[in-house]
Ligand binder design. Structure first.
Ligand SMILES: [Zn+2]
Ligand SMILES: [Zn+2]
Length: 397
């Protein structure tokens, strides 16, 4: 078998016995515990994990791999776990992430037919050690704390790895430094994330060196934490236009139109915007990086949707932000969909001419709601007319 070992791996020694290793675009690391190695995340695939294991051996000798700590359950951080499982470590993860990681350890990625190192080794991975608060590893010289910051942040199962004596923090994706934080996990919580970042800025943390999940290592750690904090705050503000729009629709639906010049919808919106419903609304909208938008549009395209109308002028979104968002969309997302338009038109012509008969499908499971929620009261045209007429009649002339 020929193994492609061209994975790029960059290693940085942070302190004696403590290393950070970047596999392509994701940071991993390891700590020498005395009687073995504690590995932090394993990269996104077997090939990277092999390169990481080789590098560990080259730098730290043949110590056994005792622990693999997964900072969270995203594939770019656990993708090498199945390879590391052949080396017999105990896997450590947040209680909320353990099930997903265990599933991956047991079954691998879907669609992998040839089998990987773990399949061939015939090893059954042991149950994951779950952490909901904290655990300590290592001896007095190099104690390692693996801890949850107590809130959902980047996901609902994040852990950080902290070496108090060396002031080194492996933050996982709770911190992205000069790199875009990934904000689309269903368990993600911006408020919890911001509070977690606050926690990292306070005692007992004293972060001299911070290894983020993505981006560049930060010495001291505070600028990287601040970078992520500002990004999250700004992203939340910029996405607020959409949830504000949905809030207003449902508010008017339930309470009717207020007298002009009375009340302040933006103020009313402030309490609502932190509710789970607002979060859900945010995730349903076409908001996010070009990659996120591309994925969502691909779902529409797959169901032969003709047209998607994008609402940009909502909330307090500035003219400049709207324009740059349109430009980004036109440059990075639109062309590929546009290129497939003739194909779609041909299909549509065939359907309309009866050359293609559409199957009668049960579509309930495929309804992709964007702004609808049960709070939005939908009046029939008749009800709407009556309401307008009543309003007209009530107007002082
Ligand atoms: Zn992640
Ligand atoms: Zn990541």
């Amino acid at each position: 078998m020929v193994v492609d070992t061209t994975s790029t791996i960059t290693v940085e020694q942070l302190a004696p016995g403590v290393y950070a290793a970047k596999l392509s675009y994701v940071w991993t690391g390891w700590v020498e515990l005395g009687d073995g190695i504690l590995v932090i995340d394993t990269g996104f695939n077997e090939q990277g994990a092999r390169a990481l294991a080789d590098t560990i051996r080259a730098r730290s000798g043949n110590l056994p791999i005792r622990y693999v700590v997964n900072t969270h359950a995203h594939l770019d951080h656990i993708g090498g776990d199945r390879f590391f499982a052949t080396l017999g470590p105990t896997f450590v993860a947040h209680t909320n992430a353990a099930e997903q990681i265990q599933h991956f350890l047991t079954w691998g990625s879907e669609g992998e037919e040839e089998g990987d190192a773990l399949t061939h080794a015939g090893v059954t991975p042991p149950p994951i050690k779950k952490i909901s608060k904290r655990m300590s590893y290592g001896g007095a010289k190099r104690p390692v704390q693996v801890l949850s910051l107590g809130r959902s942040a980047h996901t609902n199962g994040d852990l950080v790895v902290y070496l108090p004596k060396q002031g080194i923090l492996f933050a996982g994706d709770i911190v992205s430094n000069r790199s875009v934080p990934w904000m689309v996990d269903p368990g993600m919580d911006v408020d919890g994330w911001l509070k977690s970042l606050d926690t990292l800025l306070t005692s007992p943390f004293k972060v001299e060196t911070l290894v983020p999940g993505h981006g560049v290592i930060s010495r001291p750690g505070q600028p990287a934490i601040a970078f992520t904090y500002h990004y999250l705050t700004e992203a939340r503000e910029k996405a607020a236009g959409w949830t504000f729009f949905v809030f207003c629709l449902s508010h008017y639906g339930r309470h009717g139109m207020a007298e002009p010049g009375r009340g302040n919808m933006w103020e009313l919106y402030q309490a609502w915007r932190n509710t789970p419903k607002a979060r859900e609304t945010l995730q349903a909208g076409l908001i996010g990086s070009p990659e996120t938008i591309r994925g969502k549009l691909a779902q529409f395209e797959a169901s032969n949707v003709d047209q998607v109308i994008l609402l940009n002028q909502t909330g307090r979104t500035s003219h400049a932000d709207i324009c740059s968002s349109l430009e980004l969309f036109a440059r990075e997302v639109m062309p590929e969909f546009h290129a497939r338009e003739p194909e779609h038109q041909r299909w549509k012509d065939d359907v309309l001419a009866g050359r293609v008969t559409l199957e009668d499908l049960d579509t309930d499971g495929f309804k992709v709601y964007a702004h609808q929620n049960e709070d939005i009261v939908r009046l029939t045209p008749e009800q709407l007319k009556q309401k307008m007429a009543a309003k007209e009649a009530g107007k002082p002339s």
